[in-house]
Ligand binder design. Structure first.
Ligand code: FE2
Length: 285
């Protein structure tokens, strides 16, 4: 029998700044919600004031996890220490497996106009933390859209929805990453793998999430942590809704975290810092 995932917790994003002074809203990875194994962080950046984003994210390292960038508006230029580079344009996604080490920059490609998108951090298990770095750059036209119900469409970035499979492949935590768009007065049920950690982040409008009488109304700017089950029901009223739906296999491993390094132990963090300072972190990509 199908079991509805219910909202177990609701958190509100907190304004912060990161990189060289980019203003953003941190929704996951805050004192309120430190992580949701295997998800470590979710940032939403949305601004049409260039002063909020022009400084960008100059050269910085990552080790031990994956960063996922999804753009709704504007464009970023990505470049790493071995010369891999690319444009992250509106509607595109980049799934970067940092593995043993990447040093890269993520800088705005525009001087004005709206910049809007998300960055998600997904943890890697101990046995994959030192894997070779890997990029999956997905241009907008390679992200398929599924019609999940009348008035409900989802862009499928990773995983499967409505019989449509997303382009991101070979990720160890078997993620589902959907960008769902609901018209007013619509209803949808989305399959979510039981046992996987899951959350929905509403970024426009509002929707009632969860099944039946226990559904909770979630407004834009709120993240709903979902309990276990094999499906999520979402219903809209007079307003439309847009939300990200994320799910992935939890790792249940110790987390040692220091800035852009996420390992299992303090010793591994110390090693990452040392490798970065000596230039070893980024060698051999
Ligand atoms: Fe980065």
């Amino acid at each position: 029998m199908a079991t509805d995932r219910q909202v177990t917790r609701v958190v509100t994003g907190q304004p912060t700044s990161d990189g060289a002074g980019v203003r953003l809203t941190r929704v996951l990875g805050t004192p309120q919600l430190d992580h949701l194994d295997p998800f470590l962080l979710l940032d939403e950046f949305k601004s049409d004031r260039p002063g909020d984003y022009l400084a960008g994210f100059p050269d910085h390292p990552h080790r031990g996890f994956e960063t996922v960038t999804y753009m709704l508006a504007g464009a970023m230029h990505h470049r790493d220490h071995v010369g891999n580079e690319g444009e992250l344009v509106a509607g595109s996604a980049q799934w970067m497996t940092a593995g043993r080490g990447i040093v890269h920059s993520e800088m705005p490609r525009q001087k004005d106009g709206l910049m809007w998108g998300f960055q998600l951090w997904v943890n890697l298990p101990a046995r994959n933390k030192m894997t070779a770095p890997r990029y999956q750059d997905i241009p907008p036209e390679k992200i398929p859209e599924a019609e999940l119900a009348p008035g409900v469409r989802a862009r499928v970035i990773a995983g499967e929805a409505g019989g449509v499979r997303g382009p991101v492949e070979g990720i160890v935590t078997q993620p589902l990453y959907l960008d769902v768009r609901m018209e007013p007065r619509s209803r949808v049920t989305v399959a979510v793998t039981p046992g996987h950690a899951a959350f929905a982040y509403v970024y426009e409008g509002r929707a009632a999430l969860g099944g039946g009488a226990n559904a909770q109304d979630i407004a834009a700017g709120r993240l709903a942590v979902l309990g276990d089950g094999d499906r999520l029901e979402a219903v809209t009223g007079d307003a439309p809704a847009r939300f990200l739906l994320l799910a992935a296999r939890p790792l249940r491993e110790p987390i040692a975290r220091y800035g852009p390094f996420v390992m299992n132990t303090r010793e591994e963090i110390a090693q990452a810092v040392e490798d970065y300072q000596s230039g070893k972190l980024a060698s051999g990509v």
